[in-house]
Write a protein that binds this ligand. Structure first.
Ligand code: MN
Length: 204
């Protein structure tokens, strides 16, 4: 039996929490679970095709989209977001490796936080209408973002949306955190380190 690894070990070892205001991974998870606001998560998923799973808590589940190129804080860049199946709430804290089979590959919690609905209709209604506007308070992403459904025909599998930054003080056309902040907000690990930790588990 492989030993169960403390998934926050790397993150915690790298930081001196007496000096740094950063939360430990479990502090962040606890803080978010305790807050009354709905959560969002972005998981970098190195499956057969790399993508970023964007998930929003709506009525007790994580409504989910796969964004092949990941989010951009630049309002002129609109990203394709393909709606996928809803996930259970606890999935937001999953980081590790999905074994061979559906969705096989590494999963890293790229961003995690809370959000606010900016529209005057419920999230459920906004989802149904295909027009979502939210304010994200994450560790990396902040500010207003929109999701607009572009394709919704008879074919249920073709739920294509566009995900993009709304124009506000948090918009940033210069740097993209997808490349400048390529680590887990829960454990500080990169996809490579998640792979390595798994390999050392197996050969211990
Ligand atoms: Mn995925």
């Amino acid at each position: 039996m492989p030993k169960k690894k403390d998934s926050l070990k790397t993150y915690n070892e790298k930081r001196d929490f007496a000096k740094s205001p950063e939360p430990t991974g479990d502090q962040l998870a606890k803080k978010i679970k305790k807050s009354k606001k709905p959560i969002f998560v972005i998981q970098k998923h190195e499956a057969s095709h790399l993508h970023y799973d964007f998930r929003l808590e709506i009525d007790g589940v994580l409504v989910s989209w796969a964004i092949p190129k990941g989010p951009s804080p630049n309002p002129t860049i609109k990203r394709l977001a393909i709606q996928t199946e809803d996930h259970p709430l606890d999935y937001a804290y999953f980081e590790g490796i999905i074994p061979e089979g559906y969705g096989a590959g590494e999963v890293m919690v790229w961003d995690l936080g809370i959000y606010e609905n900016l529209k005057d209709v419920t999230m459920k209604k906004a989802l149904k209408e295909g027009r979502i506007e939210i304010f994200l308070e994450g560790q990396k992403l902040e500010g207003g973002y929109a999701l607009i459904r572009t394709k919704y025909g008879k074919d249920e599998s073709k739920k294509n949306w566009l995900f993009f930054k709304m124009k506000d003080d948090y918009a940033d056309g210069r740097k993209n955190p997808v490349s400048t902040k390529d680590y887990s907000v829960l454990t500080g690990r990169t996809i490579k380190q998640i792979k390595k930790d798994k390999d050392s588990d197996v050969y211990e």
